[in-house]
Design a binder for this molecule. Structure first.
Ligand code: SF4
Length: 375
């Protein structure tokens, strides 16, 4: 398949891994953060960690939108869904994320009307098909998914569909990176920049990381060769004492971003003064709210929202894992109380969550080796 096979070419992968070993040498340790949960997933899925030299450490960043959502927002969304005639619609990723009263799927089992949708426009379709119900779409994601929410709201307004609203949990990536860099316990040399978000925002918003923080950043694709090439590019910068933004994922990411998507977001959203992130606390101007022109389609303005604040279970170390301070398996609950079948934190639920990725690839692989299995 074009754009896949050539980025999984074994010989090229092997040559690029050799180049990484040559550039990395042995004299120093490199700590690189992959911001995006999709990259974390690719690292474990393709076993990239196993072909990197020991002195290159990959730190998992906060780029999994389900993982960074605090439990209180899930409870708030589910509280609205308990209003009469409300249908709770969300992406499949959200369905098993625990709130204090259970996950959306568990509440569905107890009688709540919960539907999985594949896009916000599917939720709008549900509203057209169910005029006697109110469809509340639980919107989540970085700038990657925010434009499709915005376009759907514009369509709802244009068509006058009034039994549809959005509970907006969209967040923005740059303030999260800033919070990571401001964290006193975080020491990083470079960033593997997010591929999906950058298709919308482009590469320019990362320039301050290079200029002010003197950290190289390479926006990367998701195939094995993409990620290895990005590591080569970062090592070359670090060896030359440079810090700049580079775009390895040019086949998808335009330097200036997607103007039409940015315009749709500007039409519907405005920045919240602050927003709570799981593990990172309150970060100013880090999330989007629906502006007053679209108040009628804003679930937070249409319904009374309890504004629940919940702390994670004491032993759960999701915050430390999200900040990259701990590796997933270093959490006390990993693989025992917390597994993909019985998740305690969202990082064990989402396909982009580092705990789920680590469990599904590394932990199971280690278990099989232990059992002598060749399956
Ligand atoms: S193992 Fe579970 S509780 Fe621990 S950090 Fe991961 S998701 Fe959170």
């Amino acid at each position: 398949m074009r754009f896949v096979d050539e980025f999984r070419e074994p010989e090229l992968i092997s040559k690029t891994a050799d180049e990484i070993r040559r550039l990395a040498g042995t004299e120093r340790h490199y700590r690189m953060m992959e911001v995006c949960g999709g990259h974390t997933h690719a690292i474990y899925r393709f076993g990239l960690k196993d072909i990197l030299p020991d002195n290159i450490e990959l730190i998992h960043g906060p780029g999994c939108p389900v993982c960074v959502l605090p439990m209180g927002r899930i409870d708030d969304g589910l509280a609205i869904a308990q209003e009469p005639d409300v249908i709770f619609a969300a992406f499949g990723d959200m369905m098993r994320v625990p709130g204090t009263q259970g996950s959306p799927l568990e509440l569905k089992a107890r009688g709540m009307d919960v539907r999985i949708v594949y896009s916000p426009s599917d939720a709008l379709k549900l509203a057209r098909l169910n005029p006697d119900k109110h469809i509340m779409f639980f919107a989540i994601g970085f700038e990657t998914t925010a434009p499709s929410t915005a376009l759907t709201m514009m369509r709802a307004k244009a068509e006058g569909v009034r039994n549809f609203s959005v509970f907006c949990n969209h967040v923005t990536i740059i303030p999260a990176i800033r919070a990571i860099l401001d964290s006193p316990d975080m020491r990083l040399d470079a960033f593997i920049g997010p591929g999906h978000v950058s298709t919308v925002i482009g590469c320019r918003p990362y320039e301050w990381i290079a200029q002010n923080e003197r950290k190289p950043i390479v926006v990367s694709g998701f195939e094995p060769l993409d990620m290895l090439q990005s590591i080569v590019m970062l090592l070359r910068q670090l060896k030359a004492g440079e810090a700049k933004v580079e775009n390895q994922y040019k086949r998808v990411v335009p330097w200036e971003g997607n103007r039409a998507a940015l315009k749709a977001m500007a039409e519907v959203f405005q920045l919240r003064p602050y927003f709570e992130w799981r593990g990172l606390g309150f970060i100013s101007q880090s999330a989007l709210r629906i502006n007053d022109k679209y108040a009628e389609w804003d679930a937070e303005q249409r319904f009374s929202v309890p504004g629940i604040r919940v702390t994670d279970p004491k032993a759960a170390q999701c915050g430390e894992v999200l900040k990259g301070v701990l590796k997933p398996h270093q959490c006390k609950l990993f693989g025992r109380e917390c597994t993909p079948e019985h998740p305690i934190g969202a990082l064990m639920v989402s396909s982009e969550g580092s705990c789920a990725a680590y469990y599904n690839y590394e932990h199971r692989k280690a278990a099989m080796v232990g059992l002598g299995s060749i399956a």
